[in-house]
Design a protein around this ligand. Structure first.
Ligand code: B12
Length: 212
């Protein structure tokens, strides 16, 4: 059994096989983070490629999302926990127009496991709702997830609002999602970008250290 087989089962939308391979890998003591990143997320990448090649369509994309979430739910209880003082408060969600929640869900889980208090506020969230939530929860960091070229400008919008409201220094804004990059983050004045959930934890830790 290899992690590659999990990726393949996810990519081929074989739900039962994917779930039992994940279970088997966990029982064999395979690193849970590796199962997620190389197995499940690897499979989703394959699905994305087939979608681009018009081999898969929206129905397959949706099925892939559901299968992956079920696999991630199996792995989550096995991810290593870090006890200790609260590392910081993060409000995270998908920006207006964006319905992709698997990626930021993984970021939220990793942050929680690393001692952050995380408030997941959902998908298709308008900029002002992020800001209101950040105020309500006294957040340190606002995490914006954007997977589409058409939704990335909504990250800019939120940063512009924070500037106009004189709140740009109060909240650190980080972005992530397939079509985002460090360059895009820099261009819009975000405080950081991360490629994946592990990178997001490092980033948030660094930002919290710079706040102190
Ligand atoms: C599953 C999926 C869907 C599912 C989402 C299900 C769900 N509940 O999330 C559904 C079916 C809903 C969907 C819909 C659409 N999708 Co879609 N989808 C995907 C797919 C295959 C996987 C995305 C995913 O969840 N990956 C798994 C995560 C875990 O992987 P990840 O990106 O590595 O995640 C990490 C980082 O992104 C980062 N991260 C994520 N968020 C954040 C936030 C912060 C703050 C930080 C720091 C880091 C961070 O950390 C994550 C964890 O490690 C991608 C293909 C791809 N390669 O991304 C297309 C993809 C994103 N979708 C695409 C498209 C076109 C669509 C649709 C427009 C299709 C349509 N015709 O309707 C709709 C748009 C819906 C909408 N308004 O949002 C395109 C986008 C292309 C573009 N240039 O904009 C992609 C790239 C597919 C493709 N290759 O064409 N999709």
């Amino acid at each position: 059994m290899s992690i590659q087989e999990i990726a393949q089962a996810v990519e081929e939308l074989k739900r039962d096989q994917a779930l039992s391979l994940v279970e088997q890998a966990l029982n064999d003591g395979t690193d849970p983070a590796g199962i997620v990143q190389n197995g499940i997320v690897g499979g989703l990448e394959g699905i994305g490629k087939r979608f681009e090649a018009e081999e898969y369509f929206l129905a397959e994309l949706m099925m892939g999302g559901k299968i992956s979430q079920a696999c991630i739910d199996l792995v989550t209880p096995h991810l290593p926990d870090s006890a200790g003082a609260k590392a910081g408060v993060v409000v995270i969600g998908a920006v207006e127009g964006d319905l992709h929640d698997i990626g930021y869900g993984l970021v939220a889980t990793q942050l929680e496991l690393n001692g952050f208090e995380v408030h997941k506020i959902g998908v298709n969230i308008p900029a002002m709702t992020f800001i209101d939530k950040a105020k309500e929860k006294n957040a340190d960091i606002i995490g914006l997830s954007a997977f589409l070229v058409t939704t990335i400008p909504n990250c800019n919008e939120l940063i512009d609002y924070l500037r106009d409201m004189g709140l740009k220094d109060k909240y650190k804004v980080i972005i992530g999602g397939t079509e985002t990059s460090q360059d895009k983050a820099d261009a819009m004045g975000a405080d950081g970008w991360a490629k994946n959930a592990v990178g997001a934890v490092d980033l948030c830790k660094r930002l919290m250290a710079s706040k102190k």
